[in-house]
Design a protein around this ligand. Structure first.
Ligand code: C5P
Length: 238
């Protein structure tokens, strides 16, 4: 059973740095505790595919977090390109609609990459959504889009910790939930508002925990990663 008692949770470190040398140093310093790294727009826009190939050369897996949102043909091409440069997982915006999602899922299948979708950006509140014509608030929209993502053949979604339970209930135990906004207790939340501790997120049913600054800005990133991994394992055993 995944909900409340997952078999396995992956820790994914967000490499929000501005150069490959810094990324390289961090990955090397963190060492064996972490297998997955998330490369987003900051590093990729500056360094391109080299950011992915350098992390892969260190024996790690890469989630290329570029949140593609475009017409179906273009997004499918981008997903194929993500596979071609060696990324293991990438993502699209669910709001791109069913035809785009299906095209992206087919492309992902072709190149053997895990594809997840962003439902509603966690920076958007009730009023922001109303301003773009979506009434009913974020939660209803997240669940509607998560169902569409599942039906379109993608592996899962990126969601905030507070959405884990509703999405899990709507989409079942095999749907992947990639969850940022994780803060170990006693660590500052920085700009994150809707956070959970790693233990809470694992118990709620997350599959991948995305953690950035609590590891990358720690004085000893390897020790911080080790503590996080230990917290996840404790929550799994409970
Ligand atoms: O440093 P921190 O742990 O807050 O990093 C979290 C990572 O997850 C960042 O790369 C951030 O962009 C990403 N993210 C997020 N909230 C979302 C989606 C992605 O924090 N809803």
């Amino acid at each position: 059973m995944k909900n409340g008692n997952p078999k396995r949770v992956e820790l994914m470190v967000a490499l929000d740095v501005s150069g490959v040398a810094e990324a390289d140093r961090l990955v090397t310093r963190i060492g064996d505790t972490v297998e997955w790294y998330k490369i987003g727009k900051q590093l990729f826009t500056r360094c391109g595919p080299e950011a992915v190939t350098r992390v892969k050369a260190l024996g790690k897996k890469v989630f290329l977090d570029l949140k593609f949102h475009d017409i179906p043909n273009t997004v499918a091409g981008a997903v194929r390109s993500a596979g071609a440069i060696g990324a293991d997982m990438t993502n699209v915006h669910a709001a791109g609609g069913p035809t785009m999602l299906r095209a992206a899922a087919e492309a992902a299948e072709e190149v053997g990459i895990i594809l997840v979708a962003v439902t509603v950006l966690t920076s958007l509140g009730v009023e922001d959504l109303a301003a773009v014509g979506i009434s009913g608030g974020p939660e209803a929209q997240v669940v509607r889009l998560a169902r569409l993502v599942r039906k379109s053949g993608l592996a899962g979604v990126v969601c905030s910790p507070l959405e884990i339970e509703v999405v899990r209930a709507a989409c079942g135990p095999d749907f992947l939930l990639v969850v940022p906004g994780i803060r170990p207790s006693g660590v500052g939340t920085q700009d994150q508002k809707r956070t959970m501790t790693p233990e809470e997120a694992v118990r709620a049913g997350a599959d991948y925990l995305v953690v950035g600054r609590p590891i990358t800005r720690a004085s000893d990133p390897a020790a911080a990663a080790e503590r996080l991994r230990a917290s996840c394992e404790t929550a799994i055993r409970r």
